[in-house]
Every structure is written in structure tokens, then in C-alpha cells.
Design a protein around this ligand. Structure first.
Ligand code: FPP
Length: 232
């Protein structure tokens, strides 16, 4: 969800106003995904590198996460959305951790869209904690290092058990992954939107989905090997 700061600066507003507008955009996209039958949506709300921002912006973002969660939890629940957070929460203020736990608790039985919010998340952090978990098992004699394969590693990652993402969308005009789901994006279709995140409306989402529908996904095969229906 890139471009909140620039959206605000272009309007001569403080950066936090861009983040507030970003929450509005997130609400629209979440509800559009829920209505469209998307199974899983992962939003990158705060990366492990975002702590490097000015302390004031980080503090205001933490406040915004908390108030948004408290305000949105019941609306998400009404739309049958289940919320889950990934990332290292240990550095978050206690009140924010409580709001996260409460939003997860209230929505835990919902069967519609699974909304995953990546907060203090980094793809390298995820891979590192997975490697550590495997190393601990190996050191404890529970696991032979030779037995470590992609399946075992994937089991230790935050999103284990969920389908790999079909589509990655980044707004704000930059064309990079910025330490998002490094392992899971191996075969994901990448889509870069020029607009800033607060301007990413459900109509922009439709554009991204249409672009996705034109892609031919070969997963290492040749085009001729694909089923006719897949052969776009
Ligand atoms: C990146 O834009 C955006 C962020 C670091 C914060 C994203 C958070 C939200 C949109 C709020 C969503 C909240 C929830 C609870 C889902 P930027 O500040 O890097 O923009 P810039 O590149 O223009 O400076």
C-alpha cells in the first residue's frame, strides 16, 4: 500500500493524513474483495524496515492501526471477514497487541474473506524465524538436516497452509517487492499501479484483476503443455 505520504504531500497535508486516507482505501478494497469472493487478501501495513521512519510518524501510525482496528472490527465481522495478523508483534505497544488479539478473536469463526495484515513483517524475518525453528529441532535431535526440504521449511513460515498468492499489487509507481512475501511470491503475478494507495479504488482493483486474467501462468512448463482453458 505505497504512496500515502506522497498523496498527502501533494495536497500539502501532513503525511498522517495520507495514512488516514490509506485506511479508507484499504476498507474499500477489503470489502470489494469480500464481495468478489477473493479467498485471501494480505495487506502490507508496516514492514520491519518502517521503524526507520521518524519516531513521530511511527507513533502516529501505531495509533492509527489501533483506532482503525477498533473501529473496523465489527464491520469486518458483519461482512464475514476473518482477520489474522502476521509479523513480529513483540515491539508493538501492549494496547495495540490487545486490539489485534481482539479483532482476531471476534472474527475467528468467519468463513468469508481471510484478511491477513502484515505488520512488522518482513520476508527475510519470516525465512529467518523458519530457519531458526528448524535449526532448534535439528539441534534437539528431532530432525536430520538432510530431511530439510522445501515442504518442511514452508511449514515454519507464517502463511503455512494457505495457497500461494496469485496476484501481487503494489501502488505508488515503484516496481519492487520491498521484503514482502519473498518465499510465497515465487510464481505470483506482479502488478504495479501508478496511482498512490489512497487513490486505489475498487475500480483500480478491477483493472488489476483484468490484467491478471490476461496472464499466462506456466509454472516452469511451456505454453504448449498447458490445458487449452489455461492457454490464454
Ligand atoms: C506506505 O506509504 C504506507 C505505509 C507505511 C502504511 C500503510 C498503512 C495503511 C494504509 C493503513 C492501513 C491500516 C490497516 C490497519 C490495514 P508511504 O508512507 O511509504 O508513502 P510514500 O512512499 O509516498 O512516502
Amino acid at each position: 500500500m505505497d504512496g500515502n505520504g506522497r498523496w498527502a504531500e501533494r495536497r500539502r497535508l501532513p503525511r498522517i493524513a495520507g495514512h488516514r486516507a490509506g485506511v479508507e482505501a484499504a476498507r474499500g478494497v477489503v470489502l470489494a474483495c469480500a464481495e468478489r469472493g477473493v479467498e485471501v487478501l494480505t495487506l502490507f501495513a508496516f514492514s520491519s524496515e518502517n521503524w526507520r521512519r521518524p519516531q513521530r510518524e511511527v507513533g502516529l501510525l501505531m495509533e492509527l492501526f489501533m483506532t482503525s482496528l477498533q473501529e473496523e472490527a465489527s464491520r469486518l465481522d458483519e461482512h464475514d471477514v476473518r482477520v489474522r495478523f502476521i509479523g513480529d508483534q513483540t515491539l508493538f505497544p501492549q494496547r495495540l497487541r490487545e486490539a489485534i488479539a481482539e479483532a482476531e478473536r471476534v472474527t475467528r469463526r468467519n468463513g468469508g474473506l481471510l484478511l491477513i495484515i502484515a505488520a512488522n513483517y518482513g520476508g527475510r524475518w519470516d525465512l529467518t524465524q523458519a530457519a531458526r525453528a528448524l535449526a532448534q529441532r535439528a539441534a534437539g535431535g528431532d530432525l536430520e538436516p538432510e530431511a530439510i526440504d522445501e515442504t518442511l521449511l514452508a511449514r515454519e513460515l507464517c502463511l503455512y497452509g494457505l495457497p500461494e498468492p496469485d496476484l501481487f499489487v503494489r501502488t505508488g509507481g515503484e516496481q519492487r517487492i520491498s521484503n514482502f512475501l519473498l518465499w510465497q511470491l515465487a510464481y505470483t503475478e506482479l502488478y504495479f499501479a501508478e496511482c498512490m494507495w489512497p487513490d486505489f479504488s475498487p475500480a483500480e482493483l478491477e483493472d488489476a484483476l483484468h490484467a491478471f486474467a490476461t496472464r499466462q501462468r506456466r509454472f516452469g512448463r511451456t505454453g504448449d503443455q498447458l490445458e487449452p482453458a489455461e492457454h490464454a
